[in-house]
Design a protein around this ligand. Structure first.
Ligand code: GLN
Length: 183
């Protein structure tokens, strides 16, 4: 979570000191009220799913009207179909996802990924990453690698199978803030 807070702070700084937006941590349902956008970080999607249910966050998340920036396990949660019944996905985006899609040989790796709308490749960190293998007509696929789809957008939501918060490249965080109309 702190990596996303730092990455958003870094992205917001590029808009100058007069920018009024700021990032805050969210753990409880009542903390969602009034926010314009949310990030769902990586981790273990089975665990995050269990914590969402336990902390009564499922309904507030599904009903949230702002954009959601979802990375890795977060991407798994955004899908409307997943290959693991232990994950109760939010189903906010129309795609099917496969957890841990790269197998043991290639659990973690880095790659320069071409992303639609970015002028040069994005250096992406994949850590036991998922891939999407089907996306509906309302979803814009913004990046694919050999194993499948690794970046998607639907409305204001963005789902990425890698971790943009781990590098120092703010372009995807900035694009998300722009898609949400916040900058
Ligand atoms: N493999 C994890 C999952 O499917 C995601 C890993 C990550 O978020 N880095 O839950």
């Amino acid at each position: 979570m702190s990596e996303h807070l730092d990455a958003f702070a870094n992205a917001i700084r590029t808009f100058g000191s007069e920018s009024s937006i700021h990032a805050v941590p969210v753990r409880r349902p009542e903390e969602i009220t009034g926010l314009d956008a949310l990030a769902i970080p990586g981790g273990e999607s089975t665990t995050i799913s269990r914590l969402i249910d336990k902390n009564r966050l499922y309904k507030p998340l599904v009903e949230f009207e702002g954009g959601i920036f979802a990375t890795c396990a977060g991407m798994v949660l955004m899908a409307n179909k997943v290959d693991d019944p232990r994950v109760h996905t939010l189903g906010l985006m129309d795609f099917s996802v496969r957890r841990n899609a790269f197998g043991r040989q290639r659990e973690s790796f880095e790659a320069d990924v071409e992303i639609t709308g970015l002028d040069r490749p994005f250096h992406a960190f994949f850590i036991r990453a998922p891939v999407a293998d089907r996306a509906g007509p309302d979803v814009c696929i913004t990046a694919r690698i050999d194993e499948g789809i690794v970046a998607l957008e639907q409305g204001r939501h963005m789902a990425l199978s890698f971790h943009p918060e781990l590098g120092s490249d703010p372009r995807l965080h900035i694009r998300f803030l722009k898609n949400c109309g916040l900058v």
